[in-house]
Ligand binder design. Structure first.
Ligand SMILES: *[C@@H]1O[C@H](CO)[C@@H](O)[C@H](O)[C@H]1NC(C)=O
Ligand SMILES: *[C@@H]1O[C@H](CO)[C@@H](O)[C@H](O)[C@H]1NC(C)=O
Ligand SMILES: *[C@@H]1O[C@H](CO)[C@@H](O)[C@H](O)[C@H]1NC(C)=O
Ligand SMILES: *[C@@H]1O[C@H](CO)[C@@H](O)[C@H](O)[C@H]1NC(C)=O
Ligand SMILES: *[C@@H]1O[C@H](CO)[C@@H](O)[C@H](O)[C@H]1NC(C)=O
Ligand SMILES: *[C@@H]1O[C@H](CO)[C@@H](O)[C@H](O)[C@H]1NC(C)=O
Length: 327
């Protein structure tokens, strides 16, 4: 019983909170009325803005900006003399002694904007989690909506709020994300921010084989004769873009360098018969490096390797060319 009374007494002290008033204003407005406050003793009273004193008793620190309405003694009203700017927003409190009597919260009405947000270009790896932020500000509180897709095909992804969390990133997350923020204050169109998410992954390598113009589908090995024409097309999907090397056994034939898009052919004289070409694939993250040659000297019957390497890792595909056995 005793503790219960004690608790009640305590809680009643806690709840003796000052009255709070929220005032919205538009930039350039003048406050029509002062901030009202009734005190017992003006000499013990003060106005503060975010705990910085504006006045002490009858003294006003910045009298160009503020004045005390000197109507009748118990009233200790603060007048803001100038038209209001954005940085006039905040907490104004009237205190007597150490007790807060009244609090005004001034809020500037403002169109939505996105002053803080994630970097506009983000790299990630498969399986990562990425959080995109659009920390919109404005009053009334802006609504933030997220969109995804590239080019014209941005579609709402049904998520609202300052953050878009993307979990277990896959290659298909490689696109543009957009946030739009809008509120009801003088806005017809939302403000937008774009984010390009790059998903890095190890090169995905496959090799297509053509023998005398015909496609061979049996994958890793080919039976050929002298004078047969072989076209090996190595298709690579990778982010970031890879360097690609064709080699015969352990001898380099040539390397495609993604930095300048050029092929550097090996100076080995055995390699003159190989022609190398590149072609970009439809998706921007793909390239084909083709090796085109005619089976000739015995050494051309060999294993051909396509190696693709980027900053994440490397992959190889091999095609073995065997001589058709004579009976
Ligand atoms: C407040 O202080 C002023 C001078 O500091 C004094 O003249 C006045 O009488 C005081 N008022 C009260 C109510 O104590
Ligand atoms: C956005 O605000 C959240 C807290 O609400 C914070 O954790 C995050 O770091 C902010 N993002 C940026 C880019 O400022
Ligand atoms: C954002 O991306 C969309 C779609 O790609 C584009 O139409 C728009 O101009 C971009 N906006 C900004 C602010 O970069
Ligand atoms: C992450 O995605 C991959 C497919 O992209 C899936 O195989 C795997 O199970 C997922 N992992 C988790 C933890 O959801
Ligand atoms: C390539 O392999 C052969 C035998 O397999 C070896 O004699 C030769 O030294 C190797 N060359 C290089 C450059 O590794
Ligand atoms: C690709 O080749 C360039 C030289 O053209 C080299 O600087 C770079 O390190 C190579 N990248 C990888 C991932 O091997």
């Amino acid at each position: 019983m005793y503790t219960s009374i004690c608790f009640l007494a305590l809680s009643s002290v806690i709840h003796a909170e000052p009255e709070r008033v929220i005032l919205e204003y538009e930039l350039g407005d003048n406050l029509q009325y002062p901030l009202y406050c009734k005190v017992g003793d003006i000499n013990k009273s003060s106005w503060k803005r975010s705990d910085v004193p504006i006045s002490a008793g009858e003294y006003v620190f910045d009298n160009k900006k503020y004045s005390l309405d000197d109507k009748s003694p118990p009233e200790y009203n603060l007048k803001l003399k100038k038209s209001l700017l954005k940085n006039d927003a905040g907490k104004y409190s009237c205190t007597e002694g150490s007790k807060e009597i009244k609090i005004y919260i001034l809020i500037a009405k403002e169109s939505a904007s996105i002053p803080k947000h994630s970097k506009s270009s983000i790299s990630s790896m498969l399986g990562d989690t990425v959080n995109l932020w659009c920390n919109a500000t404005g009053y009334p509180e802006p609504t933030v909506t997220w969109y995804a897709g590239s080019g014209e095909k941005l579609e709402s992804i049904g998520i609202s709020g300052n953050m878009l969390g993307i979990r277990n990133i896959s290659q298909s997350c490689n696109t543009i994300y957009q946030c739009q923020a809008i509120n009801s204050y003088r806005m017809k169109k939302p403000v937008v921010k774009n984010f390009t998410l790059r998903v890095d992954f190890i090169p995905d390598v496959s090799v297509g084989i053509k023998l005398n113009g015909k496609e061979i589908l049996n994958g890793g090995s080919v039976l050929g004769r002298k004078k047969d024409r072989v076209v090996l097309s190595c298709s690579i999907y990778a982010v970031p873009p890879p360097n690609v090397t064709w080699s015969r056994d352990n001898i380099t034939i040539g390397t495609y360098h993604h930095v300048n898009g050029a092929i550097e052919k090996s100076s080995n004289t055995d390699n003159f018969l190989y022609e190398l070409k590149t072609k970009a694939l439809e998706t921007k993250i793909g390239i084909t490096v083709t090796l085109d040659f005619t089976l000739d000297a015995d050494y051309t019957f060999a294993s051909y390797h396509c190696d693709a390497e980027n900053e994440v890792g490397s992959n190889r595909k091999t095609v073995k060319i065997n001589h058709v056995q004579k009976r």
